[in-house]
Design a protein around this ligand. Structure first.
Ligand SMILES: [Zn+2]
Length: 563
């Protein structure tokens, strides 16, 4: 069973062929004692971990896969029986033993988890991390910050690292609801940072400081006295465009790579080890739109990181297409389907399907089905959900999509009847997407959808219009409240365990990979060690959960332990 889960070609972490062979042999051994013998290191070297000596700490060893044994943890495996164990052995980037008394060969580094809760590395099945990686300036993420002084402090800490004249930016995943004042920091507060600052919030407006105002105003961008920039060409669109136009200064290949690395690392610090990116709006030339990029080049920084073997998390890629429904030639989609491969790449970076727009109406869907690709579209209301289900039924009648794992995301409004019709075609739904919403009963109907039995997974959709931080999203799914604390989705909440399951094991189906999302022998060794007990902390504390140790394929990519 375990060997069937092996990926035959591992080219992401420098593993050599000989090591693969020995690991396979090792896995065939089955039981822990036999496994150690299979390593060829001698059965006499096996020792139960309870007797193991060795340091409790693991130095941050760059991004190199290393063999580790985790002990004294509260490890929520999210396997089929939802086992909770205390130990896990990681060798050559995968789990090789999981239980309460695993045997580790001598020399394997021991990591004492000191009773902390461990979860499988979270799978984010739909966000816009690639947009976040391509932001102009020195991009700083603030989704784990909940006071305005903390925002300023983080910017100040970053400023020490930023050359004079370069912008510090936060574009997309930040919201005024994070702060008690229900607003973003203003000009005088941001003036405590000695670099120009530009904040373009997913919610809460757009702000700059005096240095930013002095830079923007000669470029035709109006900035009010408190640093607010309104919407529009003479406002936020113009400001974002002005930054992107100065590519040599604010948007170089190197800066994109740095921001991509920092974004993946930041979210790894919040427990996300796999992102399925869902594209951007295509712009050949620099654009002022927060959701716009050149979708044909925006993956380059991530490909460069992978080539350097520096990916701190896994990236999966959907391709967003928007061909007009009345153009049967499908100018961009037909080229994509003819000239590229789905699920092509390696364990760190790999292509996926078409989404979060398929484009081309029913013609587009038919072409995708004929090519055997996965397809995803989002819906913002009941009318569009109904239309998406109906158009899929039209295609399905001609070309069955049952095995193609077609997805509809966001689904704030559904009816059980429409859900059942999509379920009958083998479809799946992605939910999350809630912490910044306002109103009553804004959906999604988490409880109804969970109990329905349709394939259901977790996504944030964050990066441009909302936040990616999974714990902010989990808070809303568990409490029915937005970040401000208002009840927005009464009677449709999930338990903590159900919520975590959606973002781990349930998301295997959405990324079409069985060896991620649970802590089981043979799976990739992706885990997050949490700073607090997600399962028992007061509900308000769920928002503050972070990972103090994140491991991806045996690589320690985040180590914030206080030793
Ligand atoms: Zn999206």
């Amino acid at each position: 069973m375990a060997t069937e889960k092996q990926t035959p070609v591992e080219n992401g972490n420098g593993r050599r062929a000989g090591e693969r062979i020995s690991r396979r042999k090792f896995l065939v051994g089955g039981a822990a004692v036999g496994m150690v013998a299979g390593l060829g290191s001698g059965a006499g070297l096996a020792r139960p971990l309870s007797q193991a000596t060795g340091g409790a700490s693991v130095p941050v060893g760059g991004l190199v896969s290393q063999d580790l044994v985790l002990v004294n943890g509260k490890i929520y495996t999210m396997d089929a029986s939802k086992r909770v164990v205390s130990q896990a052995l990681i060798q050559n980037g995968r789990f090789t033993a999981v239980g309460n008394k695993v045997a580790a060969p001598r020399g394997v580094k021991v990591v004492d988890l000191k009773g902390h809760v461990v979860v499988p590395g979270l799978i984010e099945a739909h966000d816009h991390i690639v947009l976040v990686g391509n932001r102009p300036g020195r991009h700083v993420l603030l989704e784990d910050v909940f006071t305005l002084p903390e925002v300023v402090k983080r910017y100040q800490a970053k400023a020490a690292d930023v050359p004079a004249g370069e912008f510090i930016t936060t574009i997309g995943p930040i919201a005024s609801m994070q702060f008690p004042e229900q607003r973003l920091p203003n000009l005088s507060e941001l003036d405590a940072v000695n670099r120009p600052v530009y904040i373009n919030g997913a919610q809460g407006g757009v702000r700059t400081n005096s240095l930013g105002k002095a830079w923007f105003e000669p470029k035709g961008v109006t900035v009010s006295a408190d640093g607010t920039i309104a919407a529009g060409a003479a406002g936020a669109t113009g400001a974002t465009l002005a930054l992107r136009l100065l590519r040599e200064q604010f948007l170089t290949a190197e800066s994109r790579k740095r921001n991509s690395f920092e974004a993946l690392s930041y979210y790894a610090g919040l427990g996300i080890t796999t992102h399925l990116d869902n594209g951007a709006f295509q712009s050949d030339a620099p654009s002022g739109g927060v959701a716009n990029e050149n979708t044909y080049t925006m993956h380059n920084p991530f490909l460069a990181l992978d080539a350097e073997k520096r990916m701190p998390a896994r990236l999966r890629i959907n391709y967003l297409h928007q061909d007009p429904p009345n153009d049967p030639t499908l100018p961009t989609l037909s080229q994509r389907l003819r000239n590229s491969f789905p699920f092509f790449g390696n364990d760190w970076i790999r292509s996926g399907g078409i989404g979060e727009f398929t484009g081309g109406g029913v013609n587009g869907l038919r072409a995708i089905a004929a090519a055997g690709w996965r397809a995803e579209d989002h819906t913002l209301n009941l009318a569009s959900f109904q239309s998406l289900v109906e158009s899929r039924e039209m295609v399905h009648a001609q070309i069955p999509i049952t095995n193609l794992r077609w997805v509809i995301s966001h689904v704030p409004q559904v009816t059980p009847e429409l859900v059942n019709r999509f379920k009958a075609m083998g479809g799946g739904l992605l939910v999350g997407w809630g912490p910044l919403r306002t109103g009553m009963d804004v959906g999604p109907a988490y409880r109804m959808l969970f109990d329905n039995g349709i394939h259901l997974g977790y996504h944030s959709d964050g990066g441009d219009i909302t936040v990616i931080n999974p714990w902010l999203n989990f808070y809303t799914m568990i409490t029915g409240r937005n970040l401000k604390g208002d009840v927005i989705n009464a009677g449709q909440t999930l338990t903590r365990s159900e919520t975590l399951w959606l973002a781990t094991a349930a998301n295997k189906w959405f990324i079409e990979e069985d060896d991620l999302g649970s802590i089981e022998v043979g799976n990739h060794a992706d885990v997050a060690v949490l700073d607090r007990d997600y399962f028992t902390v007061p509900e308000e504390d769920i928002k503050h959960v972070r990972s103090i140790l994140t491991i991806v394929g045996g690589k320690i990519v985040n180590d914030a332990r206080v030793l």
